[in-house]
Design a protein around this ligand. Structure first.
Ligand code: SF4
Length: 280
């Protein structure tokens, strides 16, 4: 195993879904304590619309040792983070497992969040058993043609579905403590792409087929960045009408739990949230 890992950013992050950032105990007075976020460099997908492309696609970051990674986790815990939120972790799984074990041995006792793109082997998810507490995968496409065109990978749908099923089997649905903080389980994210409503509907159908109780976080933050201009059909932001179609379909297909990234929504599924890009 390479003993180093490339990271791009470490810090408290307040823009994840409410159960991943909210404060603990009466002393927090309802203030967010934040996720303890670590952004890893590189990615196993090559999305033309990558929202943080400087890190996953252009390799921004610096190498640190496994011990330094463990210390970074402990430091975030010490700052009051309610979890350790590992963003785009897949390429660095071996080093992360080793670092978590070191940090656990030194007293780390907040949940580990695997905030990945979901295009992962079942064998990897199995290797994370007992290390990861909360899985937060994307589910991007219900259509392999789109996955090939926009993210450069084959066999996306079966791969992502198998990984998400394995995650769900391992940790179950998202569990919250009595203060609404996530302690364990699965939440799936789907970022809606402009003009691709049929794709979003397909993704929601796949989720509902696994379990209508699954937490699904529907994200409207798409921005036409990176190579989007090469694909005119997705070279624009999402509209409110498009998001409403997707929200309506989530209701229609019976999904009961989740979050919607829209500030003026008054829908029952919504404790809504606003994703904040820590690099802005
Ligand atoms: S999976 Fe996410 S981080 Fe990776 S290239 Fe795609 S959008 Fe970027």
């Amino acid at each position: 195993m390479n003993k180093q890992v490339k990271i791009a950013w470490i810090g408290k992050h307040f823009g994840e879904e409410p159960p991943l950032v909210r404060g603990k105990g009466p002393e927090s007075k309802g203030k967010k304590q934040g996720a303890g976020t670590i952004f890893f460099s590189g990615c196993n997908l090559r999305c033309v619309f990558c929202q943080n492309y400087q890190i996953p696609q252009q390799g921004l970051g610096r190498l640190i040792s496994v011990e330094e990674l463990a210390n970074a986790m402990l430091d975030l815990h010490g700052q009051g983070a309610v979890n350790i939120d590992l963003v785009t972790p897949t390429l660095w799984a071996d080093q992360i497992v080793a670092a978590v074990k070191i940090a656990r041995g030194k007293g780390l006792c907040v949940p580990i969040v695997w905030n990945s793109n979901g295009y992962e082997k079942v064998s990897l998810i199995e290797a994370l058993r007992g290390v990861v507490d909360i899985y937060l995968p994307d589910f991007k496409y219900a259509d392999d043609t789109l996955a090939k065109k926009y993210s450069g990978v084959e066999n996306y749908l079966e791969t992502a579905k198998a990984a998400i099923r394995a995650m769900y089997e391992q940790v179950g649905n998202l569990q919250l403590d009595d203060q609404g903080i996530a302690t364990r389980g699965l939440m799936v994210r789907h970022m809606v792409l402009p003009g691709l409503m049929a794709n979003s509907i397909g993704v929601l159908n796949e989720m509902a087929q696994i379990d209508t109780m699954i937490y699904v976080s529907l994200m409207s933050q798409y921005s036409p960045v990176y190579r989007s201009a090469e694909f005119p059909e997705i070279n624009r932001p999402i509209t409110d009408e498009e998001m409403d179609q997707v929200y309506d379909y989530a209701d229609f297909c019976g999904l009961k739990n989740g979050f919607r990234q829209k500030s003026d929504s008054a829908r029952p599924m919504t404790p809504d949230f606003r994703k904040v890009n820590p690099f802005e």
